[in-house]
Design a protein around this ligand. Structure first.
Ligand SMILES: Cc1cc2nc3c(=O)[nH]c(=O)nc-3n(C[C@H](O)[C@H](O)[C@H](O)COP(=O)(O)OP(=O)(O)OC[C@H]3O[C@@H](n4cnc5c(N)ncnc54)[C@H](O)[C@@H]3O)c2cc1C
Length: 430
């Protein structure tokens, strides 16, 4: 149970909130309701669970503390990147079977997103094309290895390995030593996707409630989810509060650490945008503490990165990101920054997403370690399958051995910050 009921908030002042197709406007939860499945949290994890279950005929309620897409799902870099964070650890724990499972779900989230955008007519600026760029010559090895792995699994056809010279025709910067274009990855307007998926779920009968922080869950044969003014009784509850989740900390403490990531949006760049990034690719560099950026549909540069692992808000987001952006693209030095915002990423110590159960009928999915646009959709399909009785993939994720730091979140974040300083040092020295 939460000690105090948090006040519902509107979307943060981001480029996405300023360009939303149509703001969601669902009622607050009042009175008693009874459903098959109650989902807590209206980000990609929760909305996608609700939509998948509604498509399969379940009666579903979704309860969101603030607005649909209020958390990381409505604030992120919008990069749709296949794969799962923590894959090396997952392979270590599950060997060849784990490897097979990983490749079978590698692009599943991208497929789900593309299918839904087409099926429900969601206008979210979805575009294919993403590139991983090497900050150091030594980083090309990792890039080449990933290309070979894709080829081995029959997924290399729409990829392009670029040396430094070829890369200079794709991105107008000399900051990198080469790169790999992934044709199956891409980028999108995440808030418009999240609201679009929620509207599709609502049209299929999901009862969505906004401005309704869940303050308690009573466990039992029919768990009950309570807010200040209402209750939902369900056969199954799914906890999808991401890095903002504070419920059941007696059981989930020490597993996920919320860390900040920050983005700026410049003024529209017009023709300069096409000169800088003529193929309109989303970009991630290969540093352990990485920068990520892309162009918006109206040709702004959305540039993000530099997690703040100690969980302290930077005083001046634009002031801290602008020099990094100008280092890569001096052409942007004098450009105005129209929006600057941040959100919380859920970091798991071994980076493998935490998908499990508190009780046989209370599931949770969280912690994609900054890689959730794709993977929240995969995880939600795995959980929806489990709710419907198909347990194979869920069982594997439930068996993942996670490292827990049994401490307060504050202390955990300080330890994480210390660990990340080490990685920052490695980025500088490698
Ligand atoms: C700045 C930033 C940039 C990122 N960039 C990328 C990117 O480019 N590509 C990528 O793949 N990933 C990216 N990520 C990560 C990605 O956004 C997340 O992994 C993903 O959105 C997590 O989705 P979620 O639904 O689990 O959590 P969230 O989207 O955070 O949603 C959780 C929701 O649960 C609600 N909630 C919490 N507690 C309660 C409660 N008690 N009652 C009711 N509701 C509750 C919250 O209000 C929130 O709306 C980024 C994250 C950030 C912050």
């Amino acid at each position: 149970m939460l000690n105090r009921t948090p006040e519902p908030e509107g979307h943060c002042a981001s480029y996405y909130a300023a360009t939303v197709n149509s703001e969601s406007n669902y009622p607050t939860l009042e009175g008693d309701h009874s459903v098959d499945v109650c989902v807590v949290g209206g980000g990609f994890s929760g909305v996608s669970c609700a939509l998948t279950l509604a498509e399969r005929g379940f009666k579903v309620a979704l309860v969101e503390a603030n607005k649909i897409g209020w958390g990381a799902s409505g604030r992120n870099g919008g990069q749709l990147i296949g794969g799962m964070s923590g894959s090396p650890e997952f392979r270590r724990q599950f060997g060849e079977d784990g490897e097979k499972l990983l490749w079978s779900i590698h692009y599943r989230g991208n497929e789900i997103v593309e299918e839904r955008v087409a099926k429900y007519g969601i206008d979210c600026d979805l575009k294919r094309g993403w590139i991983s760029v090497a900050n150091k010559p030594s980083h090309m090895k990792h890039i080449e290895d990933d290309f070979k792995a894709h080829e081995k699994h029959g997924l290399g056809s729409d990829m392009e390995l670029l040396d430094r010279e070829a890369l200079s025709k794709v991105l107008a910067t000399d900051a990198y030593h080469g790169g790999l274009v992934y044709g199956r990855n891409g980028h999108l307007h995440p808030l418009n996707l999240c609201i679009g998926e929620a509207n599709a779920a609502s049209n299929l009968g999901v009862a969505i409630f906004e401005g309704s922080p869940v303050t308690a869950i009573e466990h039992g044969e029919k768990p009950v989810v309570s807010t200040a003014r209402g209750r939902v009784t369900a056969d199954t509850v799914i906890l999808a509060g991401g890095a903002y989740h504070l419920l059941s900390q007696d059981r989930l403490n020490g597993l996920l650490f919320p860390t900040g990531s920050y983005i700026v949006a410049t003024e529209p760049l017009g023709e300069l945008a096409d000169e800088i990034n003529p193929r309109d690719l989303a970009v991630c560099d290969t540093n352990l503490i990485l920068d990520y950026y892309r162009l918006s549909a109206d040709k702004r540069m959305l540039y993000g990165g530099r997690c703040n692992y100690s969980n302290r808000e930077p005083r001046d987001i634009a002031g801290s990101i602008r020099p990094r952006m100008a280092q890569v693209f001096p052409q942007l030095s004098g450009k105005k920054i129209d929006y600057a915002w941040g959100g919380k990423i859920g970091i798991i110590i071994n980076r493998v997403p935490a998908i499990g159960r508190l009780e046989p009928n209370v599931f949770y999915l969280q912690g994609y370690s900054g890689h959730g646009v794709n993977f929240a959709h995969v995880a939600s399909e795995i959980v929806a399958d489990a709710v419907a009785g198909t347990m194979e993939r869920f069982d594997v994720f439930e068996r993942v051995k996670h490292v827990r730091i049994p401490t307060t979140r504050w202390l955990g974040n300080q330890l994480l910050a210390l660990g990340m300083s080490y990685y920052r040092l490695r980025d500088l020295m490698s």
